[in-house]
Write a protein that binds this ligand. Sequence first.
Ligand SMILES: NC(=O)c1ccc[n+]([C@@H]2O[C@H](COP(=O)([O-])OP(=O)(O)OC[C@H]3O[C@@H](n4cnc5c(N)ncnc54)[C@H](O)[C@@H]3O)[C@@H](O)[C@H]2O)c1
Length: 347
Amino acid sequence: MIKIGLIGAGFMGAMHASCYEALAGGRDDFRVTAVADDDPAKAAKLAGKLGADVYASAEALMREADVNAVDICLPTHLHFETAASAMKNGFDVFVEKPVCLTESEAETLLALQRETGAQAMVGQCIRFWPEYTELKRLKDSGVYGRLLSGVFKRISPRPGWAWNGWLHDPAKSGSAALDLHVHDVDFVRSLLGEPDRLVAETVSRDGANGHIFSLYRYGDAVVSLEGGWDYPETFPFEMAYRVSFERATVVFSSAADPSLRIYEAGGGVIEPKPEASTPAAGDGDSGGNISSLGGYYNELRYFLDCLAAGRPIEQSTLQDGCDSLKLTLREIAAAHHAAGNEGGKRT
Ligand SMILES: NC(=O)c1ccc[n+]([C@@H]2O[C@H](COP(=O)([O-])OP(=O)(O)OC[C@H]3O[C@@H](n4cnc5c(N)ncnc54)[C@H](O)[C@@H]3O)[C@@H](O)[C@H]2O)c1
């Protein structure tokens, strides 16, 4: 039996709790046995839904609860110490993205995983998001030929839901680049690997990178990525892509209906509906801008499947999370370098 300790009962903790509730309907090989949060009311609310015990801190949960894996949904600056402690204590780990904030933290986590043999997965959920999985399937199958270019976008109002405003503190969240944009960096890495070279620019205010634009070169293909959360609170969240292959252009926007279209060379237009495969977000407990449990549900199902079967985690691994963190940090460094040199300089 997989016994999960959910650590952090804010926005993402609530989202994961909804996923576990939906998953528990169809399987009996796991339970969420413990929920921890600094705020006992938040922990109690999720624990009540899941039939779990409440703990006042991550440390108390890891010391006292009946768990063999932890799911870390804490503010990002707490990921490193909590994931490190979990592996040292013999637990398997699911940790929300971004996995941590610095390269040296990433290296330490990877070393700890090698030492302890812990299973570890990072919540880079876009790899599991139905419309993005569909794009990867099209690319890998080669059905429309080579990928020629791509545009990936993730834009949001300033996030107002974070506990004590931690998202607005770059030292705690890493700003929009590490918190938001890392999703597209990770997905593009999963699609095409490390770029041959890149350029990047950021829009910064009050010491925070609220918006980042980057261009990746892969052989003769070019991919542009944009991530920003410096828009007013009324501005609607949107994640989107437009990817051109030799024989089709695939277009997705979370703000469009239908959200996904394939414009084929020769005149065909297809409207696949891959999102229909995951449950709706439910009663709105988790807030935010997501109407479907989508990739959150799929990634946690995959995590549980691997643990239940004793199979190594091969998707969105700790290594993947660390590599995507490093590529995003490389973009930030390139942008700072460009700002210091009056223009985009290749790295
Ligand atoms: N995958 C995604 O699409 C996605 C979306 C949103 C957030 N996230 C990530 O999930 C993580 C959590 O973000 P969130 O939006 O849920 O934040 P949040 O502010 O809504 O929730 C954080 C929770 O942690 C609790 N907490 C803070 N310090 C604590 C401590 N020391 N011990 C125990 N509890 C503590 C707070 O009380 C709060 O309930 C972040 O890393 C964020 O980047 C991922």
